[in-house]
Design a protein around this ligand. Sequence first.
Ligand SMILES: [Zn+2]
Length: 282
Amino acid sequence: MIKPVLQDDAFLEDVSRAKNDPDHLHLWWLGQSGFLIQWQGHHLLIDPYLSDSLTRKYAGTKKPHVRMIERVIDPERLDFVEVVTSSHNHTDHLDGETLMPLWRANPNLTVILSRANVSFATERLQVDPERLTPIRADGEAIRFDPFVFHAIPSAHESLEQDENGDHRFIGFIIQVGKWTIYHSGDAIPYDGLVERLKKWKLDIALLPINGRDTARGVPGNFTAEEAAQIGKQINAGTVIPCHYEMFEFNTVSPEKFVRAAEQIGQKYHLLECGERMDYLNF
Ligand SMILES: [Zn+2]
């Protein structure tokens, strides 16, 4: 199994050391689509998957979820998180075994997800609906200082809406400090995606690169090439690829993304799991 570059105590020490540096935005990749973002002592988690729930759920089935990388950190030890986002209901993006212990560690935790997914999430997370913060992909902004959240539809692999028109798969646009970050969740290109994104000056785009293999029942994401191209089309300051090296059946070499990004001149940062990236605030 791959070992994260920072794990357990070493990871927590890095997070706490970074707090003494208020001039940078700090971002750690936690594996799959999970990121920790720190700005001036405030902490946001995006799509954390910090358990073995899928490996256990699919053990002995035709779709075993064999983990490729060890867990970065026990969610129960992340007792400084104020807000979490979830892009959709799949367990690697809305994991009860991550979010319930996280909630115990942070009783006032705010969990932001699509309004379409509130009732599903109340079951999975065993909370009352009023503990969840719904967002709509219609231009609505949710402010949770120092973060501001906007949602836009994602296609995984199609755009799906509930009876109220709320999207089941969303991406987040997150403003913090001077930065604007796009996290697509699980997503493939669709007509109008680039136009929506181009309305923003996106500094950092966090994009899946594992592609799709519909015939084998592997749900769809950007291929490595598509992720690089989307970054270029939306003028992203940098692309950080994700959603690889978590499960053996559903991964890709990040080198594929690197080649594609270099070929078209798209800036990128390849992060290792548990690794920190710093962005200076000028
Ligand atoms: Zn996923």
